[in-house]
Write a protein that binds this ligand. Structure first.
Ligand code: DC
Length: 238
């Protein structure tokens, strides 16, 4: 069967990664989480003193990017059944999901030199097709020619609740649990929506030829079935 490129874009915390991962597994495709790549660059900047509270030190980060000091890769983890993210050879899968990174990633993702680097790497990963890539600009900027494009959304409150539940599930200590605050998570979701949709380079927007999936009231199984049916329809026509 012909291999295609599947681009899954949409708002943060709407379950894109979960459904993209499941689809990739169902059809034997490679799955790439591009948000993890922006998070890894953010973590690099934070660890190297380039992102103090005052804001990103753009010149220093740009120099690091240009010098090739930020290498991002993925390795499949058979235990979890999904790829883990590596930054310069170190597994950073858990660290990049922390709130400190979530709170800082959107401004990093708005930097043109960061987008240029990651877009090029993502295009390289999709050269052979047979890929499900999720992000914000996959169907508009990375693979405008993708055979299947999906734009996923859900209300901000539904998304904040899902993110909150996920963070609760991941909290390891009582302090971590006590520090979690739904209103703060909602604020983070809304702020990220705003920055992601209003940046100058490759803002989050729905591609004209994207299929829209509002999953506010859908179960995971319903979403998976919807995606699989759309994939089968599209691939049959290719
Ligand atoms: O999907 P996520 O929440 O892990 O994404 C993290 C951030 O990276 C989010 O602010 C949007 C940004 N991002 C982007 O600008 N372009 C992408 N292709 C993927 C993510």
């Amino acid at each position: 069967m012909k291999k295609i490129i599947i681009a899954i874009d949409g708002h943060s915390s709407c379950g894109k990664s979960t459904m993209a991962k499941q689809l990739a597994k169902d059809i034997g495709y490679v799955y790439v989480d591009t948000g993890a790549m922006y998070r890894a660059v953010t973590l690099y900047a934070m660890r190297n003193g380039m992102y103090p509270d005052a804001g990103i030190q753009e010149e220093e980060l740009k120099a690091a990017v240009e010098a090739g000091k930020i290498q991002i890769s993925f390795k499949f983890n058979a235990e979890t059944g999904r790829p883990d993210t590596y930054l310069n050879g170190e597994k950073v899968e858990d660290e990049i999901r922390q709130m400190e990174v979530s709170n800082r990633v959107s401004p990093v993702a708005a930097l043109p030199f960061v987008r240029a680097l990651l877009t090029q790497q993502q295009q390289e990963m999709g050269k052979e097709k047979g890929i499900v890539m999720d992000g914000r600009d996959i169907g508009t900027a990375v693979f405008p020619q993708a055979e299947m494009k999906v734009f996923v959304t859900a209300s901000a409150r539904v998304r904040a609740q899902r993110r909150f539940d996920e963070l609760m599930g991941k909290a390891k200590t009582q302090e971590e649990l006590a520090a979690l605050n739904y209103e703060e998570v909602l604020k983070n979701v809304e702020e990220r929506d705003y920055i992601d949709s209003h940046r100058e380079v490759a803002p989050l927007r729905q591609a004209e030829d994207a299929l829209v999936l509002d999953n506010s009231d859908m179960t995971r199984e319903e979403q998976s079935a919807w995606l699989l049916a759309k994939y089968q329809e599209i691939v049959a026509k290719c």
